[in-house]
Design a binder for this molecule. Structure first.
Ligand code: FO1
Length: 305
């Protein structure tokens, strides 16, 4: 089965890893959120692409999910000793990717090209596509004023109440080469259990992507990020409350609207009304869990095809 998955963040990378190991999947394309991307200390950081590259090549730090395993922190210690910013942690091993990417972009390569090159060099078989090669930046309007995504997520630890989320540059961004084709040519399209408002909406804000999801003949299945009314990681349910929504699958399904055809959700939560749905245990701790959740989502896709 040819599968395309829209993903962002740590939860999304777990599902993509499960899909990569699923016997049902013959070819896999991951379209990745780049709204979290930013320039930090002159470096081009693409956190969700980094997380996927590390996860699929077996390099991810297993405890935190992001960043490279076996970290040493000499760079951060030196930076802090000079009064440099210490809120965003770059392990010594992570710097290799960030410095290399920044140099390749400065030479004129696109983010798609740099990402494909890293995937090839690290032996990753699935195709990894940024949602766009054009800059898109997620901003949050909060009770503490406007915050760029990483300042909200990492520096402020998601504390300020969110009033609105916006994606700067999205209206003018073009889908990266291959994104629309991967959605239209798939047998099944999945939306990973990433935060719908922070990690999936940036993808849907790039002109052409939501239209392709509506147009594709493939069933589009969202995997809910909720387990027992809460996200496994991150601020999804807190944000939903701040936006005046119930933290449930009905609100998530309503948010995605006509873009999705079905939802896989955890058995501890109610199904969204009026939408084909399947309940399963969606907690992805072991590799076997990840493959099982991937297979459950594809089984559901098969029933709505
Ligand atoms: N997440 C954190 O919570 N703290 C960090 O210091 C941090 C550093 C970091 C460096 C490189 C990178 O690729 C990701 C990093 N992340 C960090 C994760 C990042 O904030 C992601 O955007 C979130 O996990 C949301 O997807």
């Amino acid at each position: 089965m040819k599968v395309t998955v829209l993903t962002g963040g740590v939860g999304g990378a777990k599902l993509v890893l499960g899909l990569m190991h699923s016997a049902k999947v013959s070819s896999l394309t991951a379209v990745v959120n780049t709204g979290d991307d930013f320039r930090h200390l002159g470096l081009a950081i693409s956190p969700d692409i980094d997380t996927l590259l590390y996860t699929l090549s077996g390099k991810a730090d297993p405890a935190q999910g992001w960043g490279r395993e076996s970290k040493t922190w000499s760079f951060m210690a030196a930076l802090k000793s000079l009064g440099g910013p210490g809120w965003f942690n770059l392990g010594d091993g992570d710097l290799g990717l960030h410095v290399w990417r920044s140099a390749r972009l400065a030479e004129g390569a696109t983010l798609s090209q740099v990402t494909a090159q890293a995937a090839r060099l690290w032996g990753i078989a699935p195709v990894i596509l940024p949602m766009s090669d054009d800059p898109v930046a997620t901003w949050l309007d909060t009770e503490a004023g406007p915050l760029a995504f990483q300042h909200y997520f990492v520096e402020q630890q998601c504390r300020p109440a969110v009033r609105a989320v916006r994606f700067e540059g999205a209206a003018k961004a073009r889908p990266a080469p291959g994104v629309i084709e991967a959605i239209l040519a798939a047998d099944a399209v999945l939306i990973a259990p990433s935060n719908p408002w922070l990690s999936v909406d940036p993808l849907l804000a790039v002109p052409g992507i939501a239209a392709a999801l509506r147009e594709t003949r493939a069933p589009v299945v969202a995997v809910s990020p909720l387990v027992g009314g809460k996200a496994v990681k991150g601020p999804t349910s807190k944000m939903m409350a701040e936006l005046g929504l119930e933290p449930d699958n009905a609100a998530i399904a309503a948010h995605y609207g006509p873009v999705i055809d079905a939802m896989l959700h955890d058995g501890s939560d109610a199904a969204p009304p009026g939408l084909p749905a399947r309940a399963a245990s969606t907690l992805m701790t072991t590799l076997a869990d990840k493959v099982r959740v991937a297979d459950e989502a594809l089984t559901l896709a098969g029933t709505v095809a």
